[in-house]
Every structure is written in C-alpha cells, then in structure tokens.
Design a protein around this ligand. Structure first.
Ligand code: 4AD
Ligand code: MG
Length: 437
C-alpha cells in the first residue's frame, strides 16, 4: 500500500494549523497511543510538533484499522487524513485518519512513560533526544546559538575560527587533553582566546565559536569535558566596556528565547518571570564585596580563594538578576590577565554569574599588553616559552589595551531552561565518566 502524496500534500506538523479542513499527509513516528475499542488515538511526531491522529474503525479499511492497532511506540509511519482545528488538541489541530502506511515497525522501545534514572537515559541519549523535553531544550539551544551569532554579526564583530589542535595551554595545564602530533605534543584547545587576541589586532572586533575541551576531573553538574564556547575579543577595550557589551549580549539572547521559544519554555515548565528581568544594567560586585556577602552567609571562604560551586550557588541565590564579579585575585586566574594598576594583587577581569543559583556563565577581562610582564608570567606558570613566541609578538608589534570574554553555551542553556545538570543541554555529552553514545 502506497499513499499517493499528490492527493494530499505532505506537510509538517508545525504548519498543520494552516491546513485546517484540508486532507494532508504527515510523515513521522508514533509517539504514543491510546485506544477505546473502536477508536485509536495515535500521537504522531515529526520533529516539528506532535499531532493527534484519530483512527475510527467505521471510517477506514479493516487493514488500516488493524495496522493502527498493532503499531508500537516509535514505529515510523505515514498518515493521511483531514485536519480539524481543535483547541483541546496538542498544537491546536487534530487529524481524522483516512489512510495509514507503515514504514518500519519499531521493536520494544526502551524509553517508556515510566520514570528512568539519569544513567539509563544518558546511555540511551540517541533515543532520549526524541522526547518532548529534550526536544524543547535542543530547540532553545539552537536559538541561543543563533542569537549569539546574530548579535555579534550585527555589532561589528567578524567570525574568525580558532584552531582545535594547539601547541599551548590557555587556561592552565591541569585540564589539557594531550595528543600525539607526529611525534610532538599537541593539545585539544581549551579556549580560542589567544588566537582571538591575534585576530583582534588584525580586525578590531572578532569572535570564535566552537567546541573546547577540558580534562575536568571533577564530577559536577556544571562541568563537561567538551563544551561549546563563544569568545569575542576587542582591541582598545577596557573592563567597563567589556562588561557593558556582555550584559547587552546576554539580555539579547534571553529575549530571543522568550520570543521564539514560548512553547518550549512551557514544556519545560520554566517560570519566565525571572527571565523577563534579565535586562541591563546587571549587578556589579567587586570580588572583595562578593567575598563579604558569602562570608556573612556562613559559606566557607577566605579572601584570596577562588569561588567554587558552593560559593557561587550561595551568592547567586541572593540575586534575581545576573551579577558581574570583577577584580579577582590574580593568583587564581590565568597567566594572561592584566594586573590592576593600584592593587597589583588583583586581575582586571570579571565573571558573569547567572541567578537562581546557577553561577558562572562567562569568564573574561583585560589581557596584559605588556611584554615584560607576560614573559615573567610564562615563567611563573611554568609554560613552555617557545610555544608562546607568536603570542608575545602581539606585544612586540603594536600592543594595545584589549579584552574579551568567553560564554559557555551549555551553562547558559542550563540556566535559561532551569535544568539541574548541563548534561541535558548538549546533544551528546562528554563527561569524566561518559563518552557513550
Ligand atoms: O572562565 P573560562 O575558563 O574562560 C576562558 O576560557 C577564557 N579564555 C574566555 C575568554 O576570555 N575568551 O571559561 C569561559 C566559560 C565559563 O564561564 C563557562 O561558561 C564555560 O566557559 N566553561 C565550561 N562549561 C562547561 N564545562 C566546563 N568544563 C567549562 N569550563 C568553562
Ligand atoms: Mg572562569
């Protein structure tokens, strides 16, 4: 049995409303099924939405009714039928089936309606992606990435791709993934920043966007070993200007999600009141002030310590808008950071922390533009000077004050979707204990 598409146009479920009262063909998979003897209610999904397709025994051939009876979850099917607007139906439209074709009968599907543990779901990630919650998260991720590109492209930034294989560390040597490069050592990139500094000296405002890698040995809800980062870099830019662009950037991303993904936010039961508050100016706290707040809250910290999860979580439970924490102690930050002119124990940098306990989504700051200082830091951090000669050239030939930042896509999506763990924000998560599927 073949369904002739010319008698009923092939449409997507997402556009079904436009075809009310028409006969159409939909190609998808069986998401769920309910039966009441003489009627089968098929929930059909096609990637653009879910529609209820009703098979009435008296209105179809015995073959079609029998087929709809034996359909298993996730069987691939092509349904033909007439659409009707129905306010109660998912998506506002329902189909009365006239014909049904089986493409492939699915075996017993492992993901059922019952609760599954996270390990089981992550082992079945290739199938879990079909569920409506995961679908909603991936659509929001897609909006976040498009917004990132749109904002930067329309604010004078040029996309410059950074290499993935590099001879040098950017963010410390403890999280490097090492690989053999024809007898030499190479690493998977931790950050494209150093290359963006070169590009900023050539183009002014640039950004890279791509996967970055860190051999994170900690098992937390915020750490992946492979994550996506967007890294803008600007020549002639100071810390204040850097923070100003970050808050406009993040507000734009959130606004785009609110606009384009209202349905997805609803599926995730996201309370959007707090997202509506994400408008500039964000709160600005010096590291000194932030430490005082954390101390008063009874969370362990001493001046000089970096923030860990408990400190960030506590701090960000106190605010309902994003917060910049600026001027961290230089000792806990990367080698390239510029020192504060009056307080040399501080770095001219900022982290942007997301509210509702989420914590850091952006790290950034001003880069040292001083050759002598960087030479000294490369030694202090025990980095191989040869691998950084090209980077030092940027200070030899027309050095200028400059800065930029890196926004982690997965942490941003986790916050916007209000998820417990970053593992659900990326199609196939890579973590300390996971590289499958
Ligand atoms: O603060 P980080 O380490 O900063 C940098 O890499 C700078 N070179 C960026 C720059 O200035 N161009 O990382 C930036 C962001 C973090 O705020 C976080 O959102 C994300 O990258 N990130 C991670 N996300 C998931 N898993 C991990 N292991 C991450 N490490 C950092
Ligand atoms: Mg950081």
């Amino acid at each position: 049995m073949e369904i002739a598409a010319n008698t009923a146009p092939v449409i997507t479920i997402g556009s079904a409303k436009e075809f009310a009262d028409k006969e159409v063909t939909i190609r998808g998979w069986l998401y769920g099924k309910r039966s009441s003897g003489k009627i089968h209610f098929l929930l059909v999904r096609d990637g653009t939405g879910i529609i209820q397709a009703v098979v009435v025994k008296a209105e179809v051939t015995p073959e079609v009714f029998e087929l709809s009876d034996k359909l298993t979850q996730e069987s691939s099917i092509i349904v033909k039928g007439k659409l009707r607007l129905d306010g109660r139906a998912p998506g506002g439209v329902e189909m009365t089936v006239t014909d049904l074709q089986l493409v492939s009968l699915a075996q017993d599907y492992p993901i059922g309606r019952k609760e599954h543990g996270p390990d089981f779901l992550m082992n079945n990630r290739h199938l879990w992606l079909r569920s409506s919650r995961q679908h909603a998260i991936m659509k929001i991720r897609s909006t976040v990435i498009k917004s990132v590109r749109d904002f930067l492209d329309s604010n004078g930034f040029i996309l410059i791709d950074a290499p993935i294989l590099t001879p040098a560390a950017c963010e410390g040597t403890t999280t490097l993934f090492e690989t053999d490069y024809f007898g030499d050592k190479a690493y998977l990139t931790q950050s494209g920043q150093l290359y963006m500094e070169a590009a900023a000296m050539a183009f002014g405002r640039v950004y890279c966007f791509g996967p970055t890698f860190r051999a994170e040995k900690s098992k937390t809800r915020r750490h992946l070993t492979e994550f996506w980062m967007v890294e803008p870099e600007m020549a002639y830019c100071d810390l204040e200007e850097n923070m100003a662009i970050q808050e406009r950037f993040v507000a734009y991303i959130v606004r785009q999600v609110l606009e384009k993904n209202a349905d997805e936010l609803k599926i995730l039961e996201r309370d959007i009141e707090l997202l509506l508050k994400v408008e500039p100016p964000f709160i600005r706290l010096s590291y000194d002030e932030a430490v005082d707040i954390i101390k008063k809250g009874g969370v362990e910290i001493e001046w000089g310590d970096d923030f860990g999860s408990p400190q960030e979580t506590y701090l960000m439970e106190q605010f309902d808008k994003p917060v910049f924490v600026y001027n961290f102690p230089a000792a806990v930050k990367a080698f390239y950071m510029k020192r504060h002119p009056e307080r040399p124990e501080l770095a001219v940098c900022s982290d942007l922390l997301a509210p509702e306990g989420y914590g850091e989504i952006i790290g950034g700051g001003q880069r040292s533009d001083d050759l002598e200082y960087l030479l000294e830091q490369i030694e202090v951090h025990k980095l191989p000077k040869d691998a950084y000669e090209w980077y030092l050239d940027l200070r030899r030939y027309g050095s200028v004050p400059h800065g930029g930042f890196g926004l982690g896509i997965e942490r941003t999506v986790a916050w916007i979707c209000k998820l417990d763990h970053v593992r659900e924000t990326i199609p196939f998560a890579r973590m300390l204990t996971r590289i499958y599927p």
